[in-house]
Design a protein. Structure first.
Ligand SMILES: NC(=O)CC[C@H](N)C(=O)O
Length: 228
């Protein structure tokens, strides 16, 4: 299973994602510049956090028009796994691959701390967690308050598309305590917390590791079906 980590000008979690996959999970992974136009040969795409294009206009609003985006949209529409964390989540909503939007935090401040999250394990990205398990992951964002209209929120709830919810404390004012969602097909996940920053004991937290293990498990299952 081969992973792509897309790199935009201003990405700053691309190396964390790459190392989580390469060093910790021993997976095959390559950086792909925003200038590229193809994702051929990759089985999963990671959209990293950071400050793409300096967060000008709106977080993710410029990245959405990068050269690589038509290929990413095609990749997602083909049902292949796409994962966006933090600025990656913002880019995926701007690109219309996920519903809703990320607004400025209620506090109007950049929030950087570890938060508790409740996991829904019914997605390809979370299958290695226990259902409703409470884990801890770091957050670091200024624009993480998830917003969608009532109809969209009702749909997300009814389809079980809410993958992560803030537990106990809601750090940014997200509606329905949403920290991460999947698309209707279940192959695109966007989340504000950073699992790639919590993948080994040396980092003080391993709660993010099972997200990458879940994607790898799904990839291996898909390969078995394809190859027999
Ligand atoms: N860590 C991040 O990806 C930050 C995302 C975005 N720049 C924000 O502040 O909301």
């Amino acid at each position: 299973m081969k992973f792509a980590v897309i790199v935009f000008p201003g990405s700053n979690c691309d190396i964390d994602l790459y190392e989580a996959l390469k060093t910790v999970c021993h997976a095959e992974v390559e950086y792909v510049s925003h200038k590229e136009t193809s994702l051929d040969g990759f089985d999963a795409v990671m959209v990293p956090g950071g400050f793409s294009y300096g967060d000008y206009l709106r977080c993710g609003a410029i990245a959405r028009f990068a050269n690589i985006m038509p290929a990413l949209i095609e990749f997602a529409k083909a049902g292949k796994p796409v994962f966006g964390t933090c600025n990656g989540f913002q880019i995926l909503t701007e690109a219309g691959l996920l519903p809703g939007a990320l607004k400025q935090n209620d506090s109007l401040k950049f929030v950087c701390k570890t938060v508790a999250l409740e996991v829904n394990n019914q997605t390809m990205f979370t299958s290695e967690y226990n259902d409703n398990e409470v884990i801890k992951l770091p957050i670091a964002h200024a624009d993480g308050s998830y917003y969608a209209d009532e109809e969209t929120l009702a749909k997300l709830e009814a389809n079980n598309q809410i993958a992560f919810r803030y537990h106990g404390e809601n750090p940014n004012g997200s509606l329905h305590d949403i920290a991460g969602i999947v698309n209707e097909q279940g192959n695109v996940l966007g989340m504000m917390p950073h699992p790639e920053r919590a993948v080994e004991a040396l980092l003080g937290n391993e709660d993010g590791l099972r997200l990458f293990k879940s994607i790898l498990k799904h990839g291996h299952q898909t390969e078995e079906v394809v190859n027999g």
